[in-house]
Ligand binder design. Structure first.
Ligand code: HEC
Length: 297
């Protein structure tokens, strides 16, 4: 073998190895990319550095599905509690029949807001009246789970993050001393999710809690215009499910996630089919490519 052929063969081998490696790398990348879509999103931080606890949602991830019973209960909470103040304008009452709300219930719920079943889910309260009462117009809830950092977890956090009786008692006890000591600051920060980096602001927060303002652990800035909408037993379910505040909150958040994208299930099943199709196509094209190039090498 002369030097020239040795060099050429060497180069050819390097090229083949390089090309093979390239194929495997691109196959691997494709696989990683498709697997990444299966992973649920990670937790988020509200502004101000408060971590929003992560919840498990049946509809999360690529294979997630909505539980129709939960959707029905959530719609009931939305109509009987939230819609006193909020509208859900991109959904019509009629659409609630999609997950099994009865014709009669749809009619009753629509009438409770002064609407008919063909109407959009607008609140019975006019925007001007709401502004008068709260100083701000309550935001439309149609897209709220997509519109806030933390998504469904954030909305659940908001509904369950208000100051409890125990929180108010703690605020009263600490304020009775007149000043927040170092020990107390730690206790307050962990119980109320306050930022320990600003102990000087703690006294002010505690004073406002004692005064009965709407404190919420997860709302950026902690104080806002919405009074706690849910408490244990606030809505009585027609299916007899226990109605603790947390259950009501879970169900209404599930409903709001559906409302933000009513065709989510169709999108996901189409997505899975497309991925399967692309996967099979990749393997077939790879086999074809090998056959064609086998003759050339
Ligand atoms: C008594 C009236 C009232 C009721 C009932 C009510 N809300 Fe609100 N909500 C408000 C007002 C007012 C605001 C605006 C608060 C602000 O920005 O200061 C608000 C804001 C919100 C926000 C936005 C928070 C943010 O990050 O800006 C969410 C989410 C929300 N409400 C969800 C709900 C849900 C879910 C229900 C039913 C379980 C509900 N609300 C019931 C009055 C109400």
């Amino acid at each position: 073998m002369n030097v020239l052929t040795a060099q050429t063969t060497g180069r050819a081998t390097v090229q083949t190895v390089g090309r093979r490696l390239g194929h495997w790398v691109s196959m691997l990348l494709l696989l990683v990319a498709s697997l990444a879509t299966l992973l649920p999103a990670t937790g988020a931080m509200a502004s101000g550095g408060v971590a929003i606890p992560k919840q498990n949602w049946s509809f999360a991830g690529m294979f997630g599905t909505f539980d129709n019973a939960a959707l029905k209960r959530g719609a009931q909470v939305a109509v009987q509690s939230c819609m006193t103040c909020h509208s859900i304008k991109y959904i019509k009452f009629d659409q609630l029949r999609q997950f099994g709300v009865s014709e009669q219930e749809v009619k009753t719920w629509a009438e409770s807001q002064g609407r008919t079943k063909k109407d959009a889910m607008l609140s019975g309260m006019e925007a001007a009246a709401a502004k008068e009462a709260f100083g701000v117009v309550p935001p439309d809830l149609s897209l709220i789970t997509k519109a806030r950092k933390g998504y469904e977890d954030y909305v659940f956090g908001i509904l369950t993050g208000y100051a409890s009786a125990a929180d108010v008692a703690l605020a009263q006890r600490v304020m009775a001393d007149g000043k927040v000591s170092g020990e107390e600051a730690k206790e307050v920060a962990s119980q109320l999710q306050l930022d320990l980096r600003h102990p000087d602001k703690m006294g002010e927060v505690l004073k406002r809690i004692v005064a009965g303002e709407n404190f919420n652990r997860y709302f950026p800035g902690h104080f806002f215009a919405m009074p706690a909408p849910l408490s244990d037993g606030a809505v009585v379910y027609s299916d007899g499910t226990e109605n603790s505040r947390n259950q009501l909150a879970r169900d209404v958040v599930t409903f709001l996630a559906w409302a933000a994208e009513p065709t989510q299930m169709e999108r996901k099943s189409l997505g899975i089919k497309v991925l399967l199709y692309l996967f099979v196509l990749t393997i077939m094209l790879y086999a074809v490519k090998r056959r064609i190039w086998a003759k050339v090498h």
